[in-house]
Design a binder for this molecule. Sequence first.
Ligand SMILES: Nc1ncnc2c1ncn2[C@@H]1O[C@H](COP(=O)(O)OP(=O)(O)O)[C@@H](O)[C@H]1O
Ligand SMILES: [Mg+2]
Length: 232
Amino acid sequence: MIEFRNVSKYYENTSTDAIKNISLKIRNGEFVFIVGQSGAGKSTLTKLMIAEQKPTSGEVLINGYKVHELKRKEIPYFRRGIGMVFQDFRLLENKTVYENVAFAMQIVGATSRQVRRKVPEVLSSVGLAAKAKSYPGQLSGGEQQRVAVARALVNNPSVIIADEPTGNLDPTISKEILQMLAEINKNGTTVIVVTHDKELVNTLQKRVVALDAGQIVSDEERSGYIETAFLS
Ligand SMILES: Nc1ncnc2c1ncn2[C@@H]1O[C@H](COP(=O)(O)OP(=O)(O)O)[C@@H](O)[C@H]1O
Ligand SMILES: [Mg+2]
């Protein structure tokens, strides 16, 4: 369960009210799109979820944690329960596909035996078993994003948060990545996908939360395309 209670975020350096008094509940196992135009506050919302930003006021509750109250040293452990995927993949260029995914396990203290068992399994699940020895620079954008998804999945998170995961990908590949996230969701993982791509939102009938200027302007189940969310 993810809950925002009257959350606001003001960025002092830019004098921006990025999030304005948002209350939101996402149940375990849900698939939710967060949509809205550039600057609406979507990324800020995800950063509040992973304790990368602290709210100016209000409460953020995830997996029983009061995220807004986490101390710096508590954050790494909290983040193990959450997998992140970004628009720019953020892979380590000097590590192979296998090593990128293994590294995510090693930094949380997995044994080499656990790594040897789990990494091939996760790479297979994203269709990349044959690319284990490749470096990110040798892969297409879609393949790199699959590696990023594998890395996000490898520690069995209860939540996957993808911030514009298809922003650098063409439409066909974008749909494949989205389909993969939908499959992951079917297995019980909560999935949150941030996007401003309405085509993509329309390919699945899922809940859509629309942000505009830091506020939720609509929140509908199985809605697909929402007009207000994409006003510019
Ligand atoms: N780290 C930051 N410092 C200052 N201002 C920021 C920061 N991050 C975002 N903002 C501002 O907050 C607003 C919302 O940004 P963001 O959450 O990135 O929106 P989105 O992801 O929907 O494009 C924008 O006006 C942006 O300039
Ligand atoms: Mg953003």
